[in-house]
Design a protein. Structure first.
Length: 302
């Protein structure tokens, strides 16, 4: 199982060469097994029985999440409480489904092996006439699979350059000011995502998904792609530099607390790091980083 569960081979070929920068809608491949391994019946059983881990569920409306005590009892999800909030128009965000539903764990692992990108899945169960999350953009590109029902997606072109992790996030300055300005201008695109379709949403595209005007519940799955960047490589190189004895030497306290002396230490460390990197076998290090890209567990961040 891999991205072929979401896209046909022709699109995937281009996707591997050039990562998407514009939103687009695709039809799920006719031969995809995805509807067999995860569908509305399966998700409804989980939701109705509240069999999900309590810490992986958020009850939310218009961007405002309830405190877990409002829908749990003794630390576990309470079906009566969850049902009550759903009846009042709240949506459920099911986080990291791949960590508690084995078929999606297998799919995400296959995607990571295929692309070198980390992957996790979030689900959104929304009643008709609802909005769970407010206007925001994501720090990673996502592929949204509409399981059942329809959801309207208002989408804006990116206006921040290469948002990543918590840098240039929409929920922190200056992102909040940008969000308000874009909301006033109106969306650049508006899509009605139907069951069996996949929305490609590049990182940085502000969006506002909702079911206003719909008569039935909507369920969609968001496959979040943890893209690899030069920053990721830089982190790995810095970690690998632990092998350099000079870089492991202790810096005396007086050269840490004195600003001028500390600046000299920074310059020396930079010189040592560049020298060490120049001595490294690029191919061997690339093989090491590729193994990490394909296998490292995903770590949550914004």
């Amino acid at each position: 199982m891999s991205l072929r569960m979401l896209f046909n081979d022709a699109y995937l070929s281009g996707l591997m060469r050039e990562w998407p920068t514009k939103p687009a809608i695709h039809e799920l491949p006719a031969e995809s097994k995805l509807p067999l391994i995860i569908n509305a019946e399966v998700l409804d059983r989980y939701v109705d029985s509240c069999a999900m881990p309590a810490d992986k569920v958020i009850v939310i409306m218009s961007g405002a999440a309830l405190h877990p005590r409002a829908y749990t009892t003794a630390g576990d999800l309470d079906p009566a409480k969850v049902g009550n909030w759903r009846g009042r128009g709240y949506s459920l965000q099911l986080r990291n489904i791949n960590r508690w539903y084995p078929p999606l764990h297998a799919m995400c692992s296959a995607i990571q092996g295929e692309t070198g990108y980390g992957c996790y899945v979030a689900g959104f169960v929304s009643p008709a006439g609802a909005q769970g999350l407010n206007h925001h953009w994501d720090q990673s590109s996502v592929f949204v699979y509409q399981v059942v029902g329809r959801k309207t997606w208002q989408i804006w072109k990116p206006v921040v350059e290469e948002p990543h992790r918590d840098y240039l996030a929409s929920n922190a300055p200056p992102g909040r000011e940008v969000v308000n300005r874009l909301k006033a201008a109106g969306p650049d695109h508006e899509f009605d995502l139907r069951a069996g379709q996949v929305l490609v949403l590049p990182r940085g595209c502000m969006h506002s998904p909702h079911t206003r005007g719909q008569e039935d519940q909507s369920i969609h799955l968001t496959f979040v792609m943890r893209e690899r960047t030069g920053h990721w490589i830089g982190e790995k190189l810095a970690q690998a530099a632990i092998r350099s004895a000079p870089l492991r030497r202790v810096i005396p306290p007086d050269r840490v607390v004195d600003l001028a002396a500390f600046a000299e230490q920074i310059d020396e460390a930079r010189t040592l790091l560049v020298k060490w990197l120049a001595s490294v076998d690029d191919v061997a290090l690339a093989a090491e980083l590729l193994e990490a890209a394909r296998t490292e567990p995903d770590v949550d961040y914004v």
